[in-house]
Design a protein around this ligand. Structure first.
Ligand SMILES: NC(=O)c1ccc[n+]([C@@H]2O[C@H](COP(=O)([O-])OP(=O)(O)OC[C@H]3O[C@@H](n4cnc5c(N)ncnc54)[C@H](O)[C@@H]3O)[C@@H](O)[C@H]2O)c1
Length: 264
């Protein structure tokens, strides 16, 4: 009989701890990213937050209130120079990168036939190309370390399409492809790449549609748990995927959508 007890008894809740780890979370000065930032800091990580918009005071106060360090870098993820700068500055500040959460994203709502090329290109540049370019650069650091966790943010629209947001749907389907590719390429270096696919959460990215009561109610009616998500619903999952509790999970996407993707 193969004895399991030696491996089993090595288990403690410390496998969820992120003490001593450094995490980059893009766009975490607001919205769901701020929740990922708080969760990773609460689990012990120090943070590096690249951000587009001005105000970082709320997330700074929250993270520092937990006794963790946070460093900010302002820039646009469509700019490859900014992407290189993220890696350089994070290494300068902390000397390592253990976790990358590719959270920043945008959407543009418009009828398909009226979509402007530029709007398509913008969404793809942020939601897809920046995920690839930043992961590619961070991976080189993680390969040297022989460890790392890459967590991409997909969407319920990674698995299905909806009208009026074609580039978003295309980009979020692509995020699953990037995740699987990274898992395939980097597993040999003890780097795990996984994704989270949130369902529906009221934030800036969907404020144009979520403030429409008919749409809000239609979506609520399709969610088996009967409610839109709260940022709190995502926080345990990001810690799990960033920690050694998920060391044998690689290339998967965890849907956090109240069951939305299971229904017709
Ligand atoms: N809210 C939802 O229901 C939902 C559902 C599924 C997936 N998501 C995804 O979650 C992630 C976070 O979105 P959110 O809902 O918190 O919305 P949000 O608009 O509050 O956050 C998006 C973040 O991305 C940043 N960003 C946008 N364009 C950028 C650029 N060019 N360069 C740098 N940063 C840029 C924004 O400044 C912001 O910090 C996104 O990837 C989004 O697609 C959200």
């Amino acid at each position: 009989m193969i004895r399991m007890s030696k491996e089993m008894t090595a288990f403690t809740m410390d496998i969820f701890s992120l003490k001593g780890k450094v995490a980059i979370i893009t766009g975490a000065n607001q919205g769901l990213g701020m929740g990922y930032a708080y969760a990773l800091a609460a689990a012990g990580a120090d943070l590096f937050i690249p951000h587009l918009t001005d105000d970082v005071s709320e997330v700074k106060q929250l993270v520092e209130g937990l006794g963790r360090k946070v460093v900010f870098l302002r820039g646009d993820l469509r700019d490859k120079k900014h992407i290189q700068e993220i890696v350089d500055k994070c290494l300068e500040e902390y000397g390592r990168i253990d976790i990358l959460v590719n959270n920043a994203g945008m959407n543009k709502f418009c009828d398909f036939l009226d979509f402007q090329d530029e709007d398509y290109e913008n969404v793809i540049a942020v939601n897809l190309n920046a995920v690839y370019f930043l992961s590619h650069k961070v991976a080189k650091v993680m390969v040297r370390q022989r460890s790392g966790k890459i967590i991409n943010i997909g969407s319920a629209l990674s698995f299905t399409a909806d009208k009026k947001c074609p580039p978003y749907v295309i980009s979020k389907h692509g995020v699953i492809g990037i995740t699987r590719t990274l898992a395939n390429e980097l597993g040999q270096y003890n780097i795990q790449a996984n994704a989270i696919a949130p369902g529906f959460f009221q934030t800036d990215v969907n404020k144009d549609i979520s403030s429409d009561k008919a749409f809000y109610d239609k979506i609520t009616g399709r969610i088996p748990l009967g409610r839109w998500g709260s940022v709190y619903d995502l926080m345990g999952a990001v810690v799990f995927l960033a920690s050694s509790a998920s060391d044998y999970i690689n290339g998967w996407t965890l849907g956090i959508d109240g069951g939305f993707s299971t229904t017709l």
